[in-house]
Design a protein around this ligand. Structure first.
Ligand code: ATP
Ligand code: MG
Length: 444
């Protein structure tokens, strides 16, 4: 009998086409083309990872990963539209229009092989040892990610407890969790990401070591952590990702300044702000509206930026200087953890810088704000702040209203003369009151 044990040494369970729900109809044509060409050229070819997992769950896969016994150079020879990428893991990318199919060669397990390199903490720096399917399994992270769909007979191959864990909705590390997290600390983020995305539980022995090993996330290059942050927060489950990162103590590894505030006295308000912001991001993803890392990082860093700006103001900086210096400072600090490419960092700082300009509703400068290329994002951010009680609802409503006006009406709305008239009126009233007072004093 087959005993479930996600460790090497067991024969595979092969589930024939008639007994599973993975259907070619749901596989992209490009992925099918790659699978068939590999097979027809005499290589083995499997769909693997998230695609098989998601198809079994009835979710449309984000992408289709393929694994084969053909070496990268051999894959390249088969496809004109193919590029080899990666140093740590050498992979082939086969391009079909905008779709890229990733083709990996089975990874080997043979220890002491010369094309694998570890850091002092056990992190794998380079891994280009090729092997066979039954070796490749043990290099995968979680059992539900280690199911293979064989294009030769349409069966699903399960060497671990993948199918059982699918049924009980459990994320379970293959092999010894401690070692596997040390090899690649990003696996700690991945397990939380899959828990957020799929709503699966994390097996106790898989969750256990995270509290002890979380500091290792700090050894991962910032560029890779940036990519992982996007996967955590831009795939429609940002709120849940945030909560799990917080719960498992990993938020501090990614956003140290934000985490420090969450742990401090005003933590509740910071958490509300971020969850409200991320909730908006999740809604946009669900509605297929565009999202940008600039806005995402604005949500995640604003509490720290506004805190820092307030401190700078208290020590004498102007509003403008305080915001500029605070956003530059927090962004620079963040770069040590996750990269934040300029094309997102610059608009994020603009979103911050524009906030203070919403206070001014009159004159040419206020009108020009609507022409700014970050106006829309900055306005959305203003709405978020107003929902959290950071700015008057009335101010946000005014900017909402002014966008619905015709050009002429808009000129009226921004007209500086109104403001002057208003001032005169107030002055007039004050004058009137004074007059009345003196009249009272005179006893008439
Ligand atoms: P999704 O594409 O939905 O984000 P996925 O499971 O396909 O999820 P990918 O990052 O596309 O995740 O990776 C494909 C597969 O490669 C995974 O399912 C897993 O088997 C393997 N894999 C990816 N990253 C790692 C890793 N850091 N350690 C071990 N195995 C990994
Ligand atoms: Mg994938």
């Amino acid at each position: 009998m087959y005993t479930p044990d996600p460790k090497p040494g067991h024969g595979p369970r092969i589930i024939p086409r008639s007994e599973h729900t993975v259907s070619r109809v749901d596989v992209s044509n490009s992925a099918l083309k790659v699978l068939y060409r590999l097979k027809n050229s005499g290589y083995s070819a499997y769909l693997v990872g998230g695609a098989v997992r998601d198809l079994l769950l009835g979710i449309h896969p984000k992408d289709f990963d393929i694994v084969t016994d053909a070496h990268p150079q051999q894959v390249r020879k088969l496809f004109g539209n193919c590029r080899l990428i990666g140093r740590r893991f050498r992979l082939a990318h086969v391009r079909f229009g905008r779709e890229i199919i990733e083709v990996a060669t089975f990874r080997g397990t043979s220890d002491g092989a010369d094309d694998r390199e570890h850091s002092d903490s056990g992190r794998i720096l380079r891994d280009n040892v090729y092997g066979s399917l039954d070796e490749d399994i043990w290099r995968r992270d979680f059992t539900v990610n280690a199911l293979y769909y064989n294009v030769a007979d349409f069966s699903v191959v399960d060497y671990t407890t993948g199918l059982e864990d699918m049924r009980s909705r459990t994320l379970r590390m293959i092999g010894d969790p401690d070692t596997r997290y040390r090899e690649d600390p990003v696996r700690m983020l991945r397990v939380l990401r899959f828990a957020a995305k799929l709503g699966f539980d994390i097996a106790p022995e898989t969750a256990g070591p995270i509290a002890r090993l979380r500091e290792y996330v700090g050894d991962v290059p910032p560029a890779r952590l940036f990519e992982e942050v996007l996967k955590l927060f831009q795939a429609g489950h940002a709120v849940r990702s945030f909560q799990l990162l917080d719960e498992f103590g990993l938020l501090g590894q990614l956003f140290p300044a934000t985490n420090a505030l969450l742990e401090g006295a005003g933590g509740g308000a910071v958490r509300r702000f971020i969850e409200l912001g991320l909730g908006g991001t999740d809604r946009r993803v669900a509605e297929d509206k565009p999202i940008t890392p600039a806005f995402l990082f604005a949500i995640l860093l604003w509490p720290a930026v506004s805190r820092s700006a307030a401190a700078l103001k208290a020590s004498g900086a102007s509003d403008y200087e305080a915001m500029a210096e605070a956003s530059a400072g927090i962004a620079a600090q963040q770069q040590h953890r996750t990269a934040l490419p300029k094309r997102f960092g610059v608009p994020m700082k603009e979103i911050f810088g524009l906030q203070r300009r919403f206070d001014n509703r009159r004159g040419a400068r206020a009108a020009r704000l609507m022409q700014h290329r970050q106006f829309r994002a900055a306005y959305d951010f203003l709405l978020l702040r107003s929902r959290c009680g950071e700015v008057e609802m009335e101010l946000a409503d005014w900017w909402t209203h002014v966008q619905t006006l015709t050009t002429e009406e808009r000129e009226q709305a921004f007209s500086p003369s109104k403001r002057r008239r208003g001032k005169r009126r107030r002055g007039g009233r004050r004058g009137g009151a004074r007059k009345r007072l003196s009249a009272d004093a005179s006893g008439s």
